[in-house]
Design a protein around this ligand. Structure first.
Ligand SMILES: Cc1cc2nc3c(=O)[nH]c(=O)nc-3n(C[C@H](O)[C@H](O)[C@H](O)COP(=O)(O)OP(=O)(O)OC[C@H]3O[C@@H](n4cnc5c(N)ncnc54)[C@H](O)[C@@H]3O)c2cc1C
Length: 408
């Protein structure tokens, strides 16, 4: 059995390694368009590679996989985060779980993950062809013919093919797969920061509030976590999570929409008003600028007081019902106009790709092309930050390796 894997990233290498472990006689070739493999693994997690997550506190997979949660729930019966943890440890990579449930190599170095996968591939005889950009796959009587963008490279024939080309915000790159009968969910970016064109925010650069809630006015999209004010707008886990859940919606809005921030992470406005009234009762003669509720950062509190038209020198007992209401509203429903998305690619994934309706849910084999499989971000599966995207690559990669091994 000759197997081609298109894309030498996390999912591609995980298929190759597992396929050789499950069916050692299989001939496996990885085609990678770049000059080196696993580039994303190496830069992931700031060079540390957040390899998976302990999923503690995840009560519903939808919270962490806005796309693909149903399919993954099923595939986690075959290979889940515990399987991934054990797999890497068994293959010599010691891991550590942080307090925030993110799992990293104990070495704190992404090379540990990349080298582990590369070493297994090399040891088991996987052929790795870099500078091979696949641009077409033709269905033949016995399998598939693969051709390359590099014109000097000959067409090669394989029995089975696994597509692991990763995410791409342009659907053009998936045209050859569309031609083979697969449905493409329009790819759009996910996991990005929000731009706000407001000079008054500049003084707040570097301010972190944890936890805050960010939501999109008029929608059900909401996310909580640390929120960071940057020199271009807002970032931090709450914003990235919100960008993931609302990826398609904000794309349709051309990244212009009203953002609401609840700085005190308290959805019950009356409770917040009560907290403010208690401060007013306990410190009636103090200036509002000098007593910060909820331990908010000083600069932010001063900014919010100004934003609701009050002065820092105003005394708490001078606020009255109206003043308390204004502050409550600003703390709970502070509104910003988002004007574009951050383009720096800190941790960016693609929402969309090969529709899950085009693959068999237990094997990830194409419904229109037997012997053709998909794994990793090329599928319409993506998660929030925290190791969930690599976990999806390990789970879908293992599923494909197992399914191909069962054909041998
Ligand atoms: C900066 C950054 C940091 C990240 N950090 C984390 C993290 O810490 N934890 C986490 O869970 N996720 C993280 N992610 C997301 C994670 O890296 C991806 O979800 C994951 O790499 C997807 O794996 P993949 O194998 O599907 O795709 P990729 O790793 O992108 O691999 C796809 C490969 O296919 C190749 N390819 C594409 N087209 C062709 C073609 N036509 N012919 C041949 N080869 C082709 C590409 O060059 C690439 O090498 C991060 C992403 C970024 C950008």
């Amino acid at each position: 059995m000759k197997v081609a894997i298109i894309g030498g990233g996390a999912a591609g290498f995980f298929i190759a390694a597992n396929l050789k472990l499950l069916a050692p006689d299989t001939s496996v070739t990885i085609f990678e368009r770049q000059t080196d493999v696993m580039k994303k693994v190496l830069i992931s997690g700031g060079g540390r590679c957040n390899v998976t997550n302990s999923f503690e506190g995840v009560t519903d997979l939808k919270q962490v996989y806005p796309r693909g949660h149903k399919l993954l729930k099923n595939l986690f019966n075959i290979f889940n985060y515990r399987s991934a943890y054990q797999w890497f440890e068994k293959n010599g990579v010691k891991l550590t779980t942080q307090d925030d449930h993110c799992v990293f190599p104990l070495s704190q170095d992404a090379h540990s993950i990349a080298n582990c996968l590369k070493n297994i591939a090399t040891r088991t005889g996987v052929v790795i062809k870099t500078s091979h950009c696949v641009n077409n796959i033709l269905k033949t009587e016995n399998g598939y013919d693969i051709s390359f963008k590099e014109e000097h490279l000959p067409v090669q024939a394989f029995d089975c093919v696994a597509i692991t080309t990763g995410g791409s915000p342009q659907s053009r790159g998936l045209d050859y797969l569309k031609d083979l009968g697969h449905l493409i969910e329009e790819p759009v970016p996910s996991l990005f920061t929000f731009n706000i064109n407001d000079a008054t925010l500049h003084d707040l650069m570097g301010t972190v509030v944890e936890p805050a809630t960010a939501s999109i006015a008029g929608t059900k999209f909401k996310a909580e976590g640390a929120l960071l004010i940057t020199h271009w707008g807002m970032s931090g886990p709450a914003i990235l999570k919100l960008s993931s859940h609302a990826a398609r919606y904000v794309n349709e809005q051309n990244y212009r929409f009203p953002l609401l921030v609840n700085w005190v992470n308290e959805s019950n406005n009356e409770k917040v008003a009560e907290t403010l009234r208690t401060i007013a009762d306990n410190s009636p003669n103090k200036q509002i600028g000098n007593v910060r509720p909820y331990n908010l950062p000083t600069r932010l509190w001063e900014y919010l007081i100004g934003k609701c038209g009050l002065t820092l020198e105003r005394k708490w007992n001078e606020l009255g019902k109206k003043g308390i209401n204004r502050l409550t509203n600003t703390l709970c429903n502070d509104s910003y106009e988002i004007d574009g998305r951050g383009v720096f690619r800190d941790e960016f994934v693609t929402c969309g790709g090969i529709s899950l309706s085009s693959v068999h849910r237990n094997t990830l084999e194409s419904k229109t092309c037997p012997g053709l499989f998909f794994a990793g971000e090329v599928l319409d599966i993506d998660g929030v930050t925290g190791g969930f995207n690599f976990q999806a690559a390990w789970t879908t990669g293992y599923t494909v390796a197992k399914a191909i091994s069962e054909k041998t």
